[in-house]
Design a protein around this ligand. Structure first.
Ligand code: NAP
Ligand code: HSE
Length: 432
């Protein structure tokens, strides 16, 4: 059998890991596919950069259109990232009849409708397992394993960088900046790490997951996004004292004919299996109508795990190419829109940390305004008493409506007693 020919766009952390994995497990892949895989073209930004590769340097180009327009290329493997150029290349690849495997969640979350339409119109395959949760086979699970189920909710950690940072801060007391630099050095972070730490990457993945799980197109602006940049060592320590771990969660739920899609830091009870998922690992709990609650855990970022997911898609498509069935059942996303529940309608318990003067009556003012807005307090903790210095007052609330909490915090802000922004962290998985 002639090898199946791949054209790579991008040869950074992920692209180079694909070559490495083909070099190491090429025989295994060939035995499973029925033919080998051959990289015949590679696009990079800078062809003069020194690279660790066994590929002939003549295969490298700085024009990614050379890849999508190369008649020899059967599968375009996009490991470049970004939105506009990636969309142009993907549409051109589909138009040229190339099958596509991508790790680009940014593209799929923002321009998925155009990509899926082009794939359908041109009868080509699209593999995007690597776009969500690294090596974890969540896309395949939702698309085929749970076909007979209604998905009720998805809940978990889908960004390795943010989880790595939070774990390093909680387990080793590492400063935020140090943990982020390590995550970047290890190849977990996006080219612009703001996407990781501000929750945008998790939100891209949550949008893709919600769309797969509930069969609805998702307008990315409907996804609620909060990142981890405001989480301090103090909050991590307080969480521990209350029996929680702080995680950046992505949550997608179908309830009362609406979906909620949100990404934010959350306190998770230490006894919850998600609390034990650390480093760059991801975990997704899937609650479905027939199969019950399932949890998938695995490496969520880095070249190796991502290459593993991409080569799974590549092997799948290559097998179909050899069988003559590739593109006969193109990836479709036929979807009816479902309304997205606004965040103000979400209820949860909350951790609130106020920075206020340590003087009589302050606690009563805070509790009073929370109470006036229907928010009841479950427990309270005060730390760091120093003469004439503001203190941290932590209140854990019972279940409260976000709209009520927003109003109470606005009224508390207007009292003029808080000397730093109030930290608000939702407590997930508990209603009281
Ligand atoms: P990366 O290390 O920054 O690599 C990006 C590659 O794209 C580099 O080889 C770069 O060329 C090339 N490139 C950038 N702009 C280009 C252009 N205009 N024309 C041609 N080539 C261009 O990024 P990465 O971490 O491998 O991520 C790649 C994609 O995979 C992104 O979509 C990312 O979100 C996704 N992803 C990454 C991970 C991960 O853990 N890293 C996991 C899942 C998904 P040079 O080498 O010359 O700079
Ligand atoms: N930057 C991403 C993360 C890569 O840290 O999860 C995997 O999608």
């Amino acid at each position: 059998m002639k090898p199946v020919k791949l054209g790579l766009i991008g040869f950074g952390t992920v692209g180079s890991a694909i070559e490495d994995l083909i070099n190491r497990n090429g025989d295994l892949l060939a035995s499973r596919i029925g033919a080998g895989l051959e990289i015949v073209k590679v696009a990079v930004r800078d062809t003069t950069k020194k690279r660790e590769t066994k590929l002939d340097t003549a295969l490298f180009t700085d024009d990614p259109f050379d890849v999508v327009n190369d008649p020899a290329v059967q599968i375009v493997v996009e490991a470049m990232g970004g939105e506009s150029l990636a969309l142009e290349l993907t549409l051109q690849a589909a138009k040229n009849g190339k099958h596509i495997v991508t790790a680009n969640k940014h593209l799929l979350a923002m321009r998925g409708a155009e990509v899926f339409a082009a794939v359908g119109e041109n009868g080509v395959e699209l593999g995007f397992e690597a776009a969500v949760a690294g090596a974890i086979p969540i896309v395949r699970t939702l698309r085929s394993s749970f076909s007979a189920n209604r998905i009720i909710s998805l809940y978990g950690i889908v960004n390795g960088t943010a989880n790595y940072i939070l774990s390093k801060m909680a387990d080793e007391g590492a400063p935020y900046e140090t943990a982020l630099s390590e995550a970047q050095r290890l190849g977990y972070a996006e080219a612009d790490p703001t996407f990781d730490v501000e929750g945008i990457d998790s939100a891209h993945k949550a949008a893709i997951l919600a769309s797969l799980a509930f069969g609805t197109p998702v307008d990315f602006s409907d996804v609620y996004v909060e990142g981890v940049t405001r989480i301090t060592a103090e909050d991590i320590g307080m969480a521990k004292e209350f029996g929680y771990v702080i995680k950046l969660l992505a949550i997608a739920k179908y309830e009362r004919e609406m979906v909620e899609i949100r990404v934010h830091p959350a306190m998770v009870a230490c006894s919850n299996p998600i609390a034990k998922v650390s480093g760059a690992f991801n975990a997704i709990e899937i609650d479905c109508s027939e199969g019950g609650v399932n949890m998938l855990v695995g490496p969520g970022a880095g070249g190796g795990p991502t290459a593993s997911a991409m080569l799974g898609d590549i092997a799948d498509i290559a097998t179909k190419i050899l069988a003559g069935s590739a593109g006969k059942t193109p990836s479709s996303m036929s979807q009816d829109p479902i309304a997205v529940r606004p965040m103000v309608e979400i209820k949860s318990r909350h951790y609130l940390r106020f920075t206020v003067p340590d003087s009589p009556g302050v606690l009563a003012q805070l509790a009073g305004l929370l109470g006036d807005n229907g928010i009841s307090i479950a427990s309270m903790m005060q730390r760091g008493r120093k003469a004439d210095m503001p203190v941290s007052v932590v209140l854990m609330t019972h279940t409260a409506l976000t709209a009520n909490l927003d109003k109470a915090l606005d009224e508390i802000g207007r009292l003029g007693i808080c000397s730093a922004p109030t930290v608000v962290i939702r407590v997930e998985g508990e209603e009281e």
